[in-house]
Design a protein. Structure first.
Length: 348
């Protein structure tokens, strides 16, 4: 009987070591105040005092990017899903008034490709830089038999902090304005429906996108999720933000009520600019407006509640956000709700 090795079973320890060496410079580029040590330890250390916090409350999130990964795998576009992964976590942190501090990732595959994994993790590092968070560690799992050839899965975990007494939401009252920050596209929710629509359209991923003819369909749909951290933190620290909702699965009707108190309703007017991708999805998939709003962000990646709309719009615009007024807080009986009546033909 010949001797067996771990590599014979499908696990390449040397490839894993090579990946760690390849991503060390990426992690170092995200280093920020508070980080102690580097990659390679059994755990990552972070000093909250060195990061400038006196009496912090920790806030944590975890998420993935859903079946958008299928498009990444089928198109070979791996450089943006890492940004998506970070965005899905840190955008959830900032709506609670927390500053993202550090991030860890989990990358699992059947057979490790250092080039593929390195490209994905480079995107994670880019997302961390956009958010001001440090990439302090993660896990690369090579699991033969668990995934089809070329497939991989991603998960992310982020930790942030806020000084005690500064968490969001703050008290909200009728008359407060609701602002929308433009999304960069579909972001990372609803891709099971997106893929169904693409299949029904008969288009290949390499076909020109009907809503963005300068790009292939795959590249257009892989546009990464926008990270709103720095502009929202600045708005919050200026005292201009009462509440914020990250518009993910569930859309505006499902996410905005999560940050509103009982006794109010968000009255929205559906007058904001809707990116062409959503009109194409609605037409091609014969998707009703109510379903579009329930599944997708429809152009609003973040919804904000403010009392001084003009000052908030000016500050956000100066920070590089595309911002528009989308509604008002009104008094209402019962639990918080959203009222929206899109016009006929919306969002085409």
């Amino acid at each position: 009987m010949t001797s067996s090795t771990y590599r014979d079973a499908g696990v390449d320890i040397e490839a894993g070591d090579a990946l760690v060496e390849a991503i060390k410079p990426l992690a170092r580029a995200t280093r920020r105040s508070g980080v102690l040590g580097g990659l390679g330890g059994f755990g990552a250390l972070f000093d909250l005092k060195a990061a400038g916090f006196a009496d912090p409350v920790l806030v944590s999130t975890t998420d993935g990017v859903g079946t958008k990964l299928k498009i990444a795998i089928e198109t070979g576009i791996h450089d943006t899903v890492g940004i998506d992964l970070v965005a899905m976590c840190v955008n959830d942190l900032v709506v609670q008034g927390a500053e993202p501090l550090f991030f860890l990732d989990y990358f699992a595959t059947g057979k490790l490709s250092v080039a593929q994994a390195g490209t994905v993790i480079a995107g994670i590092a880019e997302g961390c830089k956009q958010a001001g968070a440090a990439l302090v560690g993660g896990e690369t799992a090579e699991m033969p038999g668990m995934y089809a050839a070329g497939d991989y899965d991603l998960a992310g975990f982020a930790v942030g902090a806020a000084e005690r007494g500064t968490l969001l939401p703050r008290p909200i009252a009728p008359g407060d304005a609701i602002l929308g920050l433009a999304s960069s596209g579909v972001h990372s929710n609803g891709f099971s429906l997106v893929r169904r629509v693409v299949q029904a359209s008969g288009l290949g991923w390499d076909a020109p996108a009907p809503f963005a003819p300068d790009l292939t369909l795959g590249a257009a749909l892989m546009a990464p999720t926008r990270i709103y951290v720095k502009s929202l933190l600045a708005l919050h620290r200026a005292g201009l933000l009462k509440a914020a909702a990250h518009i993910t699965g569930g859309g505006l009707p499902g996410n905005l009520p999560r940050v509103l108190p009982d006794g109010v309703a968000a009255a929205l007017d559906a007058s904001w600019p809707v990116p062409p991708v959503f009109g194409w999805l609605a037409r091609t998939g014969d998707i009703a407006a109510t379903e579009m709003l329930r599944v997708f962000n429809c152009g609003v990646g973040m919804a904000l509640v403010v009392s001084d709309a003009e000052a908030a719009i000016a500050a956000l615009s100066a920070a590089g956000e595309s911002v528009f007024r989308i509604g008002t807080i009104e008094a209402a009986a019962g639990p918080a709700s959203v009222r929206i009546a899109p016009p006929a033909g919306w969002p085409a």
